[in-house]
Design a protein around this ligand. Structure first.
Ligand SMILES: NC(=O)c1ccc[n+]([C@@H]2O[C@H](COP(=O)([O-])OP(=O)(O)OC[C@H]3O[C@@H](n4cnc5c(N)ncnc54)[C@H](O)[C@@H]3O)[C@@H](O)[C@H]2O)c1
Length: 379
């Protein structure tokens, strides 16, 4: 079987996501495996060209991974006809401009979320991509998590009966940076640099909710900045102008109520960093990144409220683990493979710029709800 080549301009690979998840765990892992397998059994090998602002860092990464092509000149990379695909994992604030240039150069586009900083900007990109006839996709990584894939399997099996509600807890303590370095970049905490947990996480929550439970019809949210001052990568104090926690209720098409907390100011008393509890008439499930446990109607215990007695039931032990039953690979890689098949084989990849627009629309609505203290309808 033949192996074709697909040149990819990768912008933002010196960053956390661009390097670890997209370059190392996805593109390099795909290269190592001999490329992406297509429906007819042939393969497409990825040929990355690293793009960024810092030549030394790019050269160092390229050398570390045996790559030969890198440049600080985005336009030169975009002008190369042997590179039909542009990928963007830069910080959000500079993404829109680069994607416009890539579309103008006729590239297909795959990008980290959020696609742009505003609904207006994201819509403009979606229209521009459509008019140019280029394929476009946005990272929807959470859908590829083993825990959520198991949840999807349960939904498809009819396990829940009628789904009533979803409650989700996402987050962990991000150090302020004074006596221990923060484990996330400081721009995440500056609104003027595109930071904020609502903009960051509601894009994810939108696609998780719409693909598993139903489109979001309305949102009521409270976004706050619990920690007003942090210390950056250089050790300098800065004003944390962006929201670091958000408490939200989402009303979904079909009547499901989803209530999701997102926070960088919460200490973890959970099994995983994100957990969703789904309650249905016939059963319930709790899914994390990897694990998923269930409790069917028939095995539901009958708790009785009695504050005079110490608890005797071990509620967590009354749930049953859903087995893997398949190998779950890295989710970012799985989506890269799907998008590459979309580009070269026209295979389906529904997570396009318009899906990205809906994510940003939810983030904007969440911030509006918080600012104005009211429920925002998206209908
Ligand atoms: N899918 C996910 O789960 C997920 C998780 C975290 C971040 N993200 C997204 O990934 C993107 C990158 O986030 P990160 O956490 O890797 O950030 P990061 O700060 O680690 O990396 C940012 C990258 O952008 C580049 N960059 C910074 N300032 C720039 C500028 N002015 N001009 C051009 N390039 C610039 C940096 O050199 C670096 O390569 C963001 O859009 C973020 O929303 C997605």
């Amino acid at each position: 079987m033949t192996t074709r080549k697909l040149g990819v301009v990768m912008n933002g690979v010196t960053g956390r996501m661009g390097y670890r998840q997209h370059l190392v765990r996805s593109v390099l892992a795909i290269r190592e495996a001999g490329g992406v397998e297509l429906a007819d059994g042939s393969r497409v090998q990825l040929e990355p060209v690293l793009v960024g602002r810092n030549a030394d860092k790019l050269e160092e990464i390229a050398t570390r991974h045996g790559l030969t092509r890198w440049t600080t000149d985005l336009d030169a990379a975009l002008g190369d006809d042997d590179l039909p695909l542009y990928f963007d994992a830069q910080l959000t604030a500079v993404r829109e401009k680069s994607i416009v240039r890539a579309i103008d150069a006729g590239k297909h586009i795959y990008t980290e979320k959020p696609v742009a900083e505003s609904v207006e900007g994201a819509l403009a990109l979606a229209r521009h991509a459509e008019a140019a006839g280029v394929k476009n996709g946005v990272v929807h990584d959470k859908l590829y998590l083993p825990g959520l894939l198991k949840l999807k399997r349960l939904i498809d099996s009819g396990f829940f009966g009628q789904i009533l509600s979803v409650r989700g807890e996402f987050g962990y303590w991000v150090f302020e940076g004074d006596w221990q370095a923060a484990q996330r970049p400081s721009w995440n905490y500056r609104a003027e640099d595109g930071g904020g947990i609502v903009v960051d996480m509601f894009c994810h929550w939108n696609y998780v909710l719409e693909n598993l439970f139903g489109a979001v019809n309305a949102v009521t949210a409270k976004a706050v900045t619990h920690i007003p001052e942090r210390v950056d990568e250089k050790g300098d104090r800065y004003a944390a102008t962006a929201d670091d926690s958000a408490y939200a209720i989402f009303e979904l098409e079909g009547g499901v109520i989803a209530q999701l907390n997102s926070s960088w100011c919460v200490r973890v008393h959970r099994d995983e960093l994100v957990e969703f509890q789904v309650d249905g008439t016939k059963g319930s499930a709790v899914a994390g990144l990897h694990k998923c446990v269930i409790q069917p109607r028939e095995a539901t215990p009958k708790p009785v409220w009695n504050p005079d007695l110490a608890e005797t039931q071990s509620y967590r032990s009354q749930w049953q683990e859903v087995p893997d039953n398949e190998d779950f690979g890295n989710g970012f890689r799985a989506q890269w493979e799907q998008f590459v098949r979309h580009v070269v084989d026209d295979a389906p990849h529904p997570y396009d710029f318009m899906a990205g627009v809906r994510g940003i629309r939810l983030a904007e609505a969440g911030l509006e709800s918080s600012r104005e203290g009211r429920r925002i309808s998206l209908g």
